[in-house]
Design a protein around this ligand. Structure first.
Ligand code: SF4
Ligand code: SF4
Length: 346
């Protein structure tokens, strides 16, 4: 099984890590069991976030039950120094640790967010202080925007970069990954299954792992699913010609429906967070139906109901996605879910 040093952090881990999103949607017992099982199989890199509700606490509980050494990564959504510091303190408490190996500025959406993070009073300032205090080992950045990550590589302020990477979202292969590797910035690939859009997990993992120089984090909530993922990693087989053909077919199928979360379609006159609405099915798959009841996903859905089908966004989308149609289709799907859970009357 291949190991890798995560760029300038010097941290050495297996190339397949554990992602902490899906364990939020199962019982605490199942979540802890899944994490422990992954560690038992050999996982030595776990990534989570303050934003993943119960995830940090559950990982902390699992780590209490094992002596195995695990490299831990977490993140803060906050763009301000005070907010990131407050998040870090909660992360340490939830994970039951006095040190986190890698702490990341989470979901730095665009240039405005990025500037906030790196400016005086921004999240980076307090994370640097936390590093001096010995609370964290290294500082990373995560974003769905390749432009933001590319820009962060110019500034060389972060030790690691976390990027979306899968065969329906392969652009980082050209744009960010090679530059990061040449600058010795650690590359962590998230969403190898594109948030559950790719149903063939084995194929998706093989593709992601076929890219050298990156750690791939795969999130699952069931022991057996992780076992299957780990087997793919253990076997270390390259993609066969048949599998490459299958990937091309799936890529074609998703070309005009899969939202790459780049936000080039913004701004929308109705302030609809388009990417959130287009990604709602995979978010429900990963986080559970509760997100349709309240919180930012519910707010996005409520806003989407005011879509005027003006098509301004459609003209801006580099992938020519039929955005108003996709919004309508997703709203229909949401209503079906709400109806079957009794939250929407007929
Ligand atoms: S079509 Fe709908 S989502 Fe797109 S810009 Fe117009 S109102 Fe916004
Ligand atoms: S709809 Fe198109 S432009 Fe908007 S975030 Fe998705 S892929 Fe990007």
């Amino acid at each position: 099984m291949e190991r890798i040093v995560i760029g300038r952090t010097g941290l050495e881990v297996y190339r397949l890590g554990f992602g902490g999103i899906p364990i939020q949607r199962v019982s605490e017992t199942q979540a802890v069991e899944t994490v422990l099982h992954a560690i038992h199989l050999g996982v030595d890199f776990i990534d989570t976030s303050r934003a993943y509700t119960t995830s940090e606490r559950r990982i902390g509980l699992a780590l209490k039950q094992t002596d195995k050494k695990v490299i831990l990564a977490s993140k803060s959504h906050s763009k301000t120094a005070d907010g990131a510091r407050a998040d870090l303190e909660v992360s340490l408490k939830e994970l039951q640790r006095d040190y986190i190996d890698l702490y990341q500025c989470h979901f730095v959406k665009d240039e405005t967010d990025y500037r906030k993070v790196i400016s005086p009073g921004g999240a980076l300032e307090s994370l640097k202080k936390a590093k001096e205090e010995g609370l964290i080992g290294h500082i990373g950045i995560t974003s769905h925007s390749l432009d933001v990550l590319d820009r962060s590589l110019d500034d060389e302020l972060f030790d690691t970069i976390m990027v979306c990477f899968s065969f329906v979202e392969p652009l980082a292969r050209e744009k960010v990954i090679p530059r990061a590797i040449s600058k010795n910035v650690g590359m962590i690939a998230m969403k190898p299954f594109s948030g559950g859009v790719i149903e063939k997990a084995g194929l998706a993992l093989k593709y992601a792992l076929s890219q050298p120089g990156i750690v791939v984090i795969a999130g699952v909530e069931q022991k057996d699913l992780f076992k299957e993922n780990w087997k793919v990693f253990q076997e270390g087989q390259p993609l066969t010609p048949e599998e490459k053909k299958e990937i091309e077919e799936i890529q074609k199928r998703y070309e005009k429906v899969f939202c790459r979360r780049c936000d080039y379609c913004q701004p929308c006159a109705e302030e609809i967070p388009i990417q959130v609405v287009l990604g709602i099915r995979s978010m429900v798959k990963r986080m559970g139906e509760g997100i349709l009841q309240k919180g930012r996903h519910r707010e996005a859905i409520d806003k989407a109901r005011s879509c005027t089908a003006c098509e301004v966004c459609k003209d801006r989308c580099p992938y020519q996605l039929p955005i108003p149609d996709l919004i309508e289709e997703n709203l229909r799907w949401v209503d079906e879910q709400l109806k079957s859970s009794g939250s929407l009357s007929n």
